[in-house]
Design a protein around this ligand. Structure first.
Ligand SMILES: [Zn+2]
Length: 269
């Protein structure tokens, strides 16, 4: 069920019985010479819409711009500062709870958003406003990604290329797949560390064309397999979350300082 296409009485019927919402979140940033800047938010939206269609859960419109300043040297990359992003997502999440929502899944397709969505989830959890969790599509299917690609690459690599081939094939510049591979890098996070320290900040320091991995390994068929597998994981997560009692989703109370005394947790004065 897509919120933007529904009327308010229809949404009233939804929250009379349900309290779960899915928020697709991505980025608008460079994805090399072969993929569109909207790659991440298009992937997030496609998976969120698919899983919510299958489960009848509610899907909000997509948040298309995230934390991407590490791609800023490349034309077209858009970003907002992390505190602005966190506050914006927190605000719209709190406002969803005003309508009766108490559980939220951020369907995410951009690594730079992860820590910030976790922070928003923590804020909402700490004061028991809502239970909100971040779900990153490729982290739901690591074995499959490992199986189908030799060098998946963390950004603009064959996994995202295959996904866009499946979702919006006409937006993939097929004549630039080899350019993408040859001008990019094979990224090894550990090899980039110096005496235990992470020493780089911007994508451009590791890849002159902004991407990693072997994009020529991507096919629409592999994209369909990845999409199906990730959609299945997301459906299972939504069903799990929908079935959780609210008591299991709120923070545990503080430990009793005098266990077994029958007293409440007020300290002696
Ligand atoms: Zn991406």
């Amino acid at each position: 069920m897509f919120l933007a296409h529904r009327t308010w009485p229809e949404l009233g019927d939804y929250v009379a019985n349900e309290s779960l919402v899915v928020v697709p979140i991505g980025s608008t940033e460079q994805h090399g010479p072969h993929l569109p800047e909207g790659t991440d938010h298009m992937i997030a939206e496609a998976l969120a819409r698919e899983a919510t269609d299958r489960t009848d859960a509610l899907c909000t419109p997509t948040i298309p711009i995230g934390v991407s300043s590490h791609h800023r040297q490349f034309h077209g990359t858009m970003w907002v500062e992390p505190p602005v992003f966190r506050d914006y997502v927190e605000s719209l999440s709190r406002n969803l709870t005003y309508h009766g929502i108490d559980r939220i899944v951020y369907v995410n397709a951009h690594g730079g958003n992860v820590a910030h969505l976790r922070e928003v989830g923590r804020r909402l959890h700490d004061d028991a406003t809502a239970y909100a969790i971040e779900w990153m599509w490729d982290e739901s299917i690591p074995e499959l990604i490992e199986e189908v690609f030799e060098t998946p690459g963390p950004h603009g690599g064959p996994k995202e290329t295959a996904m866009i081939m499946h979702i919006a094939e006409n937006l993939v510049r097929r004549d630039h797949l080899e350019t993408a591979r040859d001008g990019g890098a094979v990224f090894d996070y550990e090899a980039e560390r110096v005496h235990g320290a992470t020493t780089f900040y911007d994508c451009l320091e590791n890849s002159s064309n902004g991407v990693f991995g072997d994009q020529t390994d991507a096919t629409p068929e592999i994209g369909e397999r990845l999409f199906e597998a990730a959609a299945e994981q997301l459906v299972a997560l939504l069903e799990w979350l929908d079935a959780r009692p609210i008591e299991a989703l709120v923070p545990q109370p503080h430990l009793d300082p005098k266990p077994g005394s029958g007293r409440d947790s007020e300290p002696d004065r």
